[in-house]
Design a protein around this ligand. Structure first.
Ligand code: GAP
Length: 458
């Protein structure tokens, strides 16, 4: 059988490196294809031709996403000064007037009367707008029109304007309107934060780059309520804490940077803002925003609801409206960064060098052949490993091919059960990134993997 394979296939079957040094992801199309092929992300409603900028997470994608969310949730709510929340997506429509989204969450759009392409006027060259000439076909452009990015729907059976509600464009507002509920029910004192993970919806004009900008996405937002005057200190602390979180996900340091918002870039609510940016194949782009929102949000909600949202500081016998420091990360975007950063290709082998805390499976078990005694032993090993790690098995194809399949989905370790295992109870453990193989006692497997994960350094 092996003789029939060409040289490259033979090397593959024997799990030998065949090509040059690992290269990073160059083209998003490679990642999109891997994600589809290996069950991470599928185009939404694919059998109907798909729907623009909507994606479905497959079995491995959802594991990876859950790992991202779990890490974020633990990093936030394991702290004594942060509480969790899960607010409704549909909120009172006045919320979005107070937040500024009804009035201000708009993009100016121009349409080409000839080719029907639509552009964001603020992204076009001012000369193009002045000449009203389409950059694609030189056809005539319409006047800019303001387009609100919120999705509207109706509550109840009557489709009238009084029943209009919005799909939330950010999770933050659910936190602001619950500020006193959480503070009082949990007897929290300032400074403290509220963390929430949830879906958000934006009718983006220019979605794209796979799951980078979509119309339905998940945010992981934390709003930290502080005494005015201490806001810039907390802003600095949270900037560093959030950067460290991304580094602890195994993202390479040189691919991350801060970008400070200049006066022209600051959102209407922000006193100061930094983005954490990642260098994607399509350039440096925002991954997370850290904002000093001052007392803008609570002040607006007081005004629009007519309810006091002040905090009473018992010790100082003072009453005041807290300032808010926000950390706002995209869940899908963090997942995309994890995948893009982990992608490696050496000319022949593709692997995801995912940090074990994010990898969908931590270990795979392979019986060398489909022989009853090997299968039985493998089953026993799998059962033991499963007690401690998310694990998988693969019994089909050459051992090299099985390794490669797991490499492509980022499984850090592979364990092979062969005939020696049956006599001396040792197994081969293979490392995903280096392809190094070691022979260790089957009994020590769990401890061995635990130790490697504890000391993981990429
Ligand atoms: N509450 C503040 C806020 O929503 P934002 O900068 O508009 O701020 C925060 O969004 C994060 O949410 C972004 O850094 C990004 O990771 C994610 N995000 C925003 N729009 C997105 C979209 N259309 N698709 C995917 N993720 C998005």
């Amino acid at each position: 059988m092996t003789e029939k394979l060409d040289e490259k296939e033979q090397q593959k079957a024997q799990d030998k490196p065949v090509a040059g040094p690992p290269q990073d992801l160059k083209d998003m199309a490679e990642l999109v294809s891997l994600c589809k092929r290996r069950g991470f992300v599928f185009p939404s409603s694919e059998i109907y031709g798909g729907i623009n900028a909507c994606w479905d997470y497959g079995p491995l994608g959802i594991e990876l996403k859950r790992n991202v969310k779990e890490r974020w949730w633990r990093a936030m709510t394991d702290r004594d000064d942060v509480e969790g929340l899960d607010a409704a997506i549909l909120m009172h429509p006045r919320v979005w007037e107070a937040s500024g989204h009804v009035e201000g969450f708009v993009d100016p759009l121009v349409d080409c009367k000839k080719c029907r392409n639509r552009f964001r006027a603020d992204k076009l060259d001012p000369a193009v707008i002045a000449a009203k000439k389409c950059p694609e076909c030189a056809g005539e452009l319409t006047e800019p029109r303001l387009f609100n990015l919120m999705f509207k729907t109706h509550m109840g059976p009557v489709e009238e304007s009084a029943a209009v509600v919005y799909l939330r464009p950010e999770t933050a507002q659910g936190i602001y309107v619950n500020f006193l509920n959480v503070q009082q029910s949990m007897r929290q004192r300032l400074p403290f934060g509220i963390a929430q993970i949830g879906k958000a919806f934006r009718n983006e004009i220019t979605p794209g780059n796979f799951i980078f900008r979509t119309r339905e996405f998940e945010q992981m937002e934390m709003q930290y309520f502080v005494k005015p005057g201490s806001d810039m200190d907390w802003f600095e602390k949270w900037k560093q804490t959030r950067m460290q979180w991304h580094l602890d996900n195994g993202i390479r340091k040189e691919k991350l940077r801060f970008h400070e918002h200049g006066p022209g870039e600051l959102a209407h609510y922000a006193k100061a803002a930094f983005d954490i940016e990642y260098e994607f194949p399509f350039g440096w782009q925002e991954l997370e925003g850290i904002h000093n929102r001052s007392d803008f949000d609570l002040g607006r909600h007081e005004k629009f609801s007519g309810k006091k949202l002040e905090y009473f500081d018992e010790a100082a016998k003072e009453r005041y409206l807290p300032y808010i420091v926000e950390t706002s990360a995209g869940c899908d975007r963090s997942l995309l960064v994890a995948l893009a950063d982990a992608y490696r290709f050496d000319g022949e082998r593709t692997w995801l060098s995912l940090h074990p805390v994010l990898a969908p499976y931590k270990v795979a078990v392979y019986p060398l052949m489909k022989k009853p005694d090997l299968l039985e032993y493998a089953d026993k090993v799998f059962g033991e490993l499963k007690k401690r790690f998310r694990a998988t098995t693969d019994e089909t194809g050459s051992i090299g091919k099985r390794y490669r399949r797991q490499d492509e989905i980022g499984t850090p370790f592979g364990v092979t059960i062969d005939y020696d295992t049956l006599t001396n109870h040792t197994v081969t453990i293979r490392h995903r990134d280096s392809m190094v193989q070691e022979r260790i006692s089957a009994e020590n497997l769990t401890r061995y993997i635990e130790e490697k994960f504890e000391k993981w350094n990429g």
